[in-house]
Ligand binder design. Structure first.
Ligand code: ADE
Length: 225
């Protein structure tokens, strides 16, 4: 998978790609991330990328021309599955969307700033709009990092244990069951006996029951009617 990220602040997007599972995916060539600084596509002397909104009002609007230049240059080199705009008014990211997007080959992510982008960018270039939740960040960069992490870890071969993404919370619309590791007794706080019993089918049943119980208690909305 190749991800091209268009941003005004590439420095906000460094560390999420430099550690852990995402780094491993990049190092092994399974994922490729390319950053594009929108200012490099501004034709003005002062590298202007935003301007006042027509009709007045607070805040600045990201201009269409640098975005067009950047997206068009990328599209001239390869075809893209989606051009995604990270915005608080997009569809809310969930595990289903992450699963679906993890199948893409090439995507462009546009990170918004200020009041957002000129509507014509959305009308003519953007094919999908994604929010990471009902709150407003200073820009789309952190949202893009969250989105990238959620999809990269799902690409086959990225997680060592192939089954481990399948047992995540939200796959199956269930929260994950509680997990424990050594010691089995810490200050008298004991691990449930079943987990040290060696009875694998019983452990599996216990995990299913706990996953259901936790979901019912914490996120009954996931269980539907
Ligand atoms: N940009 C600003 N806030 C955002 C959010 N919640 N999700 C995606 N992009 C954003």
């Amino acid at each position: 998978m190749r991800i091209d990220i268009i941003t005004l602040f590439p420095e906000l997007l460094q560390s999420p790609f430099e550690a852990s599972i995402v780094k491993r995916a990049i190092d092994s060539g399974i994922a490729e991330i390319h950053f594009h600084n929108l200012r490099d596509y501004s034709k003005s002397k002062y590298k202007q990328v935003d301007d006042y909104p027509f009709g007045g009002g607070a805040g600045m609007v990201m201009m269409i021309e640098p975005i067009d230049k950047c997206i068009s240059a990328l599209k001239a080199a390869r075809s893209y599955d989606e051009v995604i705009y990270m915005t608080p008014d997009g569809e809310t990211l969930n595990q289903g969307i992450a699963n679906q997007c993890s199948l893409y080959e090439n995507i462009i992510l546009l990170c918004g700033h200020y009041k957002g982008v000129d509507q014509r960018v959305r009308d003519h270039f953007i094919t999908r709009e994604i929010s990471i939740g009902d709150f407003v960040l200073s820009g789309g960069e952190l949202a893009a990092a969250v989105f990238c992490d959620s999809i990269i870890r799902l690409i086959p071969g990225v997680l060592g244990d192939e089954s481990s993404a399948l047992s995540d919370s939200y796959q199956d619309n269930l929260l994950a069951p509680p997990i424990y590791t050594r010691p089995a007794d810490y200050k008298g706080w004991k691990v449930p006996d079943i987990l040290t019993s060696g009875n694998t089918p019983a452990v599996e049943q216990w995990r299913e029951d706990k996953a259901f119980e936790r979901t019912q208690k914490l996120r009954p909305d996931l269980l539907g009617e």
